[in-house]
Design a protein around this ligand. Structure first.
Ligand code: NAD
Length: 260
């Protein structure tokens, strides 16, 4: 029997990068996986999972919109029955000097990264409570939940917020056999990091594409960039029975970048 047989997992922000890797990992370990994102590309993840013999469905969902979030969980329940595990992974970033950072950027990053986690957790808890068997919530934080990086006060605020949501909700639902944890990716090779490399590179010096990333990776104790699979294994652990006594935690998955 596979670890997540008979479990239904929702992964928001799963059209690519970290979210797609998490979804594929759960599917390989037996789960029925409902993936969503705010772009049609999420259908490719469903196709990839089915091509490997897994079970997957998807929706186009904007995690900043409560009605859209409710519709996502409705569709997941209609497809697979009750929800056991929900991963709040949708995220966006922009990089700008304080004099150039617009209020619209501030609001957008907070809306997706923090309000989106709140809305998904709220709805997931409501669904998990209905069946009473408990469940797992896993939120995507960031190295920027540990320390704000330059030119990203809005992103740092949004990801510190994810850690706060995680701790507060963990206390509220602990007696219902629902755990709430978060993880902090370091430098993971995704579209988001390609943007980071370019945008930070422009503001921090005369970097060519890939140079800033290489410089930062050289300072990571493990000495390599992270992959989606590095994240997915830890998320699967947090969702498993082995993590039944772990809640309210925010775990670094960053090759040793942060050690706290
Ligand atoms: N890549 C890294 O190094 C890194 C580091 C720290 C934290 N993170 C976090 O990990 C998560 C995934 O990042 P990634 O690198 O895979 O990024 P990515 O840009 O490759 O993917 C982001 C995903 O979020 C989805 N998304 C964006 N806005 C959305 C919205 N309004 N509603 C629903 N979905 C939306 C996108 O469609 C996509 O599926 C994010 O929360 C990000 O902040 C990434």
């Amino acid at each position: 029997m596979a670890r997540f047989d008979n479990k239904t997992v929702v992964v928001a922000g799963a059209s690519r990068g970290i979210g797609a890797a998490i979804a594929k990992r759960f599917a390989r370990e037996g789960a029925s996986v409902f993936v969503s994102a705010n772009e049609p590309r999420v259908e490719e993840v469903v196709k990839a999972i089915r091509a490997e013999g897994g079970r997957a469905e998807c929706s186009i969902t904007d995690v900043t919109d409560k009605a859209s979030v409710i519709a996502m969980y409705d569709a997941a329940e209609a497809a697979f029955g009750s929800i056991d595990i929900s991963c709040q992974n949708a995220g966006v970033i922009t990089i700008a000097k304080i004099e150039d950072l617009t209020e619209a950027e501030w609001n957008k990053v907070l809306a997706v990264n923090t309000t989106g986690v709140f809305l998904c957790c709220q709805e997931a808890i409501r669904r998990i409570r209905k069946h009473g068997r408990g469940g797992r919530l896993i939120n995507t934080a960031s190295g920027q939940s540990r320390q704000g990086f330059i030119y990203t006060p809005h992103y740092a605020a949004s990801k510190f917020g994810v850690m706060g949501i995680t701790q507060s909700l963990a206390k509220e639902v602990a007696r219902e056999n629902i755990t709430v944890n978060a993880f902090c990716p370091g430098i993971i090779d995704t579209d988001m990091w390609a943007y980071n490399d370019e945008a930070w590179g422009k503001l921090l010096g005369d970097y060519k594409p890939g140079e800033l990333m290489a410089e930062w990776v050289a300072n990571i104790p493990i000495g390599r960039v992270g992959k989606g699979e590095d994240i997915a294994g830890v998320v699967a652990f947090l969702a498993s029975d082995d993590a039944a006594y772990v809640t309210g935690q925010t775990i670094n998955i960053d090759g040793g970048m942060f050690m706290s």
